[in-house]
Design a protein around this ligand. Sequence first.
Ligand SMILES: Cc1cc2nc3c(=O)[nH]c(=O)nc-3n(C[C@H](O)[C@H](O)[C@H](O)COP(=O)(O)OP(=O)(O)OC[C@H]3O[C@@H](n4cnc5c(N)ncnc54)[C@H](O)[C@@H]3O)c2cc1C
Length: 461
Amino acid sequence: MYGKLTPEIVDELKRIVGEKNVTVSKDEMEDYSHDEVAMSERIKHYPDVVVKPGSTEEVSEIVKIAHREKIPITPRGAGTGLSGGCVPIYGGIVLSLERMNRIIEIDEENFTVTAEAGVRLMEIFEAVEKKGLFFPPHPGDTSAMVGGVIVTNAGGARAVKYGVMRNFVRGIEVVLPDGEIMEIGGKLVKDCAGYSLLDLFIGSEGTLGIVTKGILKLMAPPPSSLMLIVPYNSLHDAIKSVPAILKTGVIPISLEFIEDDVIGPTEELTKKKWPVMRAKAYLMIIVDSTSEEEVMNIGMKLTEVCIENGAIDAFVIDTRSKQEELLEFRGIFYEALKENMAEILDISVPPSKIAEYVEGTKRLSEKYGISLPTYGHAGDGNVHTHIMKDEGWEEKYEALRKEIHELGISLGGTITGEHGVGLTKKGYLKEFEPKKVELMRSIKRAMDPDNIMNPGKIVDI
Ligand SMILES: Cc1cc2nc3c(=O)[nH]c(=O)nc-3n(C[C@H](O)[C@H](O)[C@H](O)COP(=O)(O)OP(=O)(O)OC[C@H]3O[C@@H](n4cnc5c(N)ncnc54)[C@H](O)[C@@H]3O)c2cc1C
């Protein structure tokens, strides 16, 4: 089906990017054979070669070779993905963007940052903060790269108020499956010129082209912010507080719910203590406003609402550094559970259906005898249920996983709210959204007729 990688082609690649940026040794390619999916051993696949270009022109030259020789090519960012998206399941070329790590410009007048695809999010945060600016999207692993977060349309804890990556991508430079370089969007706030190709590439998971540069929208940082950690005796009460909070008219930056099951393993891993009293469940709320006084008033208002809805207490975390520390602590939940976890799910339901969804997962947990610790973005309906490797999990895993997804779909939800379809959810996409899959296949065929660009992800053609 695909062309073979010959020694002559490897030499050609070396001429483009330099010998030290081409790897064919199996040992050195281990890191490039998987992503962060918990059971990565199951879907691991080695490429035939890893190539690390240093410029868009080099990416274009490499893609032209892949196009000419019909060799599959899988773009890779930081490999923090949770759906097997950057695993080269047909071998071929892994094109790692890691050397394209320059922040090109921070435009303080247009409120944009232009960065190469291999710049890590943590570097964006640091650079824009130095200029007194703010980049809101905050997925849990900030080592993820600009290209990766664009093409997975990453979300994270701050999406309730500011939205996901899609709301922050103004423009991209992309190398198409035939090697042509194209610029889409720019620093424009408005652009109605035909179909939104920008939106097509955001969330395309490397199946339509390789993003080499991103122009991202920035904001002025909120002058004051405050975090509340609110403990509850029941998860039900915690989740039921969410609509009551939103009805106050306050839109928190972040509104997360957390089950206590995830706290112990995270304390153990980080050697840090959870900063408030232990309870069955918690809400973690971040709000911002124009002054300290105003933000304190909002904090008090939300505390009252939470207490009225069953909260035991509410603890204020007022310094930004402590808030960052707690966001980091939250980002480690996954790592803490990972060793004993089969999979983290990211089903998204309408926010009003979260309680029903989580209660449904509790019933499934009892039915299958498998624990399903849960935390998630309560404010936007995106819930992380973890299927744990309890006794007998292997025989029950497929059926349990399917029932959880069916539950989400029955509540008007979708199979993935932020991690993407990749490899691990491709089957469900086909099963639950057959008409959309047909249209997606036509788009893929039109843009990548030889199916060389990250083949086997999202849809098969
Ligand atoms: C602890 C942890 C917490 C996380 N929390 C969140 C969260 O809160 N919200 C969230 O949305 N995600 C989260 N994730 C998932 C992951 O961080 C995101 O999906 C992230 O956007 C992936 O970026 P990456 O650079 O690691 O991409 P990779 O994993 O390398 O690749 C992901 C996909 O993008 C493609 N790709 C990568 N770079 C390019 C490029 N330049 N051009 C074209 N295609 C490309 C790959 O082929 C693949 O399909 C979390 C992951 C971990 C491990």
